[in-house]
Design a protein around this ligand. Structure first.
Ligand code: B12
Ligand code: SF4
Length: 485
């Protein structure tokens, strides 16, 4: 029987949020299981590296698959691959996920990695582990006589194939991913829009999703495990109105509280009111910028007026909203940034229940914004290790006023989040007073707290990586304890 092991490496701040199940490898595992491949799965946010090594000794699989996204996860992925290769020299290591898809050549230049699977992994990985001739495997990149070969792209899964996939719960411990009844779900893939900074422009640009009936089958299992509140991580949850209508009925019947993302210009009062009536507690929006010029540059296809309208609508429907903004966009100037801050303040006035965060844009290769960033002097990391240092709250080297941008981002994380309103925790209160001063006076110079934050975050990450730690419940805005058996 063909055997394989799939690994989801550690993440930074893994336990601050509700851990999302490792869907990337879960769906691949489900595809393999249904085709009689013996598959075992390790989530290194919980499992120990020694468990992986023991499983390899027991099973002696030919291939190990590792899922990797750009940023800190790379360093943990490298670490586990080093450990594996040290003990099992002949084992073949396969990297998949968004990072390896964007940069297959650079990824394969690392000696630890034998194969890269670009795009959706289900079919390609199955063909690889089943021993198909390498030349015939679409979506595969590999090394041959010191050359790197990229086979043609694979076809994405059809809607029917997506509907045949389910979450193979027996391979994971469900309670790990449920915090205080909250759970993160994904019911679809892809997004038809073309925002210039988004991976979807090169990866996942056709929407496919579970039907309402399939969603209900999968979500019913989650309810059996005690789930009451669901955050949908779909890129385009509201793509199909009939599906949404049926899901709304289900949410109401089962008293499920939920959150999901919507484009600001797809919201209307009837939808907001309906969502609220059917258990929606918050909608999140990619607002990105308060400058129309920058929104156009990002090919966002929304107006600042759409953003303002969305705040009025959510306010009138008594619905909370979470807005995600970006700064450090190539081509953005100081005036654009000020417009963003002013628009955020306006939104907060219109809907005081809304939350927000400001991230610093990182130009990923292959996205529309990447060329523009290169013209402005952006030099992408040239190896995997340097890619692992990329952080959402750290400004890239080519940007001017890096500390100021980072201070704006850090301030927004404090001002914009309900968790910092927990006034009974003295340290949070102090941090909030300083952030409020900065925000109200729009004074982001002398970012000393940013310096200390960088030291502090490394420390916190080490502590948070332990088994039992505090997590943040985004529904109740409470700090809760994450327990691991
Ligand atoms: C949920 C989520 C998270 C969760 C964690 C995910 C988890 N499982 O725990 C959280 C919130 C923690 C998170 C954090 C980050 N995330 Co995130 N996240 C997502 C999100 C919304 C869903 C991921 C998912 O499950 N997708 C569904 C699965 C089925 O799709 P998939 O992961 O692409 O997997 C398929 C293929 O990629 C491939 N594949 C994947 N792995 C493997 C492995 C093998 C062996 C093979 C063969 C194939 C393969 O096959 C899979 C099935 O077809 C995606 C956006 C999206 N919709 O995908 C962003 C996304 C993956 N995140 C992204 C990023 C950048 C981050 C951060 C690194 C941001 C940052 N710079 O700080 C942080 C990580 C910080 C940290 N804490 O370390 C980017 C990745 C871009 C990139 N270049 O890698 C995405 C695409 C968002 C975006 N629009 O840019 N994220
Ligand atoms: S709408 Fe969201 S998911 Fe879709 S392309 Fe734009 S940023 Fe990406």
């Amino acid at each position: 029987m063909t055997k394989s092991i799939l690994i989801y490496p550690q993440l930074e701040f893994a336990k601050v949020q509700i851990p999302t199940p490792p869907y990337s490898i879960l769906f691949i595992a489900d595809y393999l299981l249904k085709r009689n491949v013996d598959v075992e799965l390790f989530d290194l946010r919980f499992d120990d590296e020694s468990q992986v090594l023991n499983a390899i000794s027991d099973k002696e699989p030919e291939f190990i698959g590792v899922s990797v996204m750009t940023g800190p996860q790379i360093q943990y992925a490298i670490k586990i691959c080093e450990l594996i290769k040290k003990e099992f020299k002949n084992i073949k290591i396969v990297w998949g996920g968004v990072h390896a898809t964007i940069l297959p050549t650079q990824t394969l230049q690392n000696n630890l990695i034998d194969y890269v699977i670009r795009g959706e992994g289900e079919k390609t990985y199955h063909e690889l582990v089943s021993g198909r001739n390498l030349n015939h495997i679409n979506g595969l990149s590999y090394k041959k006589e010191k050359k790197i070969i990229h086979n043609p792209d694979s076809a994405i899964l059809t809607n029917l194939e997506i509907n045949e996939l389910s979450i193979p719960w027996t391979l994971i411990k469900p309670h790990r991913y449920i915090l205080n009844g909250s759970f993160n779900a994904i019911t679809s893939r892809g997004c038809p829009f073309r925002c210039a900074f988004c991976y979807n422009t090169l990866f996942n640009n056709v929407w496919r999703g579970w039907t309402a009936e399939r969603c209900i089958q999968e979500l019913d299992r989650c309810l059996d495990f005690g789930v009451k509140k669901i955050t949908f991580y779909d890129d385009y949850f509201f793509a199909n109105s009939k599906r949404i209508e049926d899901l709304f009925t289900y949410f109401k019947e089962r008293d499920i509280k939920w959150k999901a993302e919507l484009r600001v210009n797809r919201l209307n009062f009837a939808l907001a009111q309906d969502a609220k009536k059917h258990g929606c507690t918050q909608m999140y929006f990619g607002a990105e910028s308060g400058s129309q010029r920058v929104l156009n540059l990002l090919n966002k296809n929304i107006t600042t007026n759409d953003i303002i309208e969305s705040a009025k609508i959510t306010k009138n429907a008594d619905l909370s909203a979470d807005y995600s903004w970006m700064i450090g966009i190539p081509g953005e100037n100081k005036a654009d940034r000020e417009k963003t801050i002013h628009l955020i303040k306006k939104i907060k006035k219109i809907n005081p229940e809304s939350e927000f965060s400001i991230k610093i844009l990182f130009p990923y290769p292959g996205t529309g914004i990447y060329n523009l960033a290169q013209q402005k002097g952006f030099k992408p990391p040239s190896n995997l290790f340097d890619w692992s240092k990329i952080r959402r709250d750290r400004a890239s080297n080519y940007l001017k006023n890096k500390t100021q941008l980072e201070t704006i981002s850090l301030t927004s994380a404090i001002i914009g989040r309900k968790v910092f309103e927990l006034k009974n925790i003295p340290i949070l209160k102090l941090i909030r007073i300083l952030a409020e001063f900065r925000w109200n006076h729009e004074f982001f110079g002398f970012g000393v707290e940013n310096f200390y934050f960088k030291i502090f975050r490394d420390l916190i990450d080490k502590l948070m990586s332990r088994r039992n730690s505090a997590g943040y419940d985004p529904f109740t805005h409470e700090l809760v304890s994450v327990k691991e058996n």
